[in-house]
Write a new protein. Structure first.
Length: 203
């Protein structure tokens, strides 16, 4: 298989980006980018550390990412599986990348920056939901921010309700766990218990 292994070879294929692709990238949160962040209920968080790369979903009510100032975001770490892969990576390497998505919109928003993790009590309390505080808050300093054009969303037809995949056609978490562990964990009981367990530990 022929591969591309130099920047010159890559640029020979793709050329140079148009002005709009470059002008959109800034190092502060503009009013327009603020509107996109505040409307987003979901983002993917990418990190890197000595154990490798990680890309983790983060979701909550729209506006769950707090804009502290025009170069700083705050992201509460809600309940999860306690693997803390992203947080482990940030301890070793503070570089982060965020991809915001907004249901119904083709525009996504990308942020590259550096993060620290805080468990300052007053900060945790300020993010309380349903009487529960996060155990930590990620504080992200913005290095670059820019919107991504809608082609990927349009091509995937992501928000088309007619294209939704029936959950029953896919393996369940319980089935996946049972298969991998030779029935040591997971199974039908895991799937039955999950909705109630999740409802009690959402925040």
């Amino acid at each position: 298989m022929k591969t591309i292994d130099t920047i010159a070879a890559l640029e020979a294929i793709y050329g140079v980006p148009a002005d709009a692709s470059l002008v959109k990238e800034v190092n502060w949160i503009t009013p327009e980018y603020r509107a996109l962040i505040e409307a987003s209920p979901f983002l993917a968080l990418a990190t890197s550390g000595p154990e490798g790369l990680d890309c983790s979903p983060r979701g909550d009510v729209p506006g769950f990412i707090r804009i502290h100032d025009d170069r700083t975001l705050m992201l509460p770490d809600r309940r999860g599986n306690n693997r803390v892969d992203s947080l482990r990576n940030i301890i070793h390497d503070p570089r982060v990348a965020l991809l915001f998505m907004i249901p119904g919109s083709g525009t996504t928003l990308r942020i590259n920056g550096h993060a620290v993790i805080s468990d300052e009590p007053d900060l945790l309390t300020s993010f309380m939901m349903q009487g529960k505080s996060p155990r930590s808050v990620m504080v992200v300093s913005v290095d670059t921010i820019y919107f991504q054009c809608a082609r990927a969303i349009v091509r995937s037809d992501l928000w088309n309700p007619d294209k939704r995949v029936a959950a029953k056609s896919l393996p369940t978490p319980g089935q996946i766990l049972a298969s991998i562990s030779a029935d040591r964990v997971g199974g039908e009981e895991y799937d039955r218990a999950w909705p109630d367990r999740a409802a009690k530990s959402m925040w």
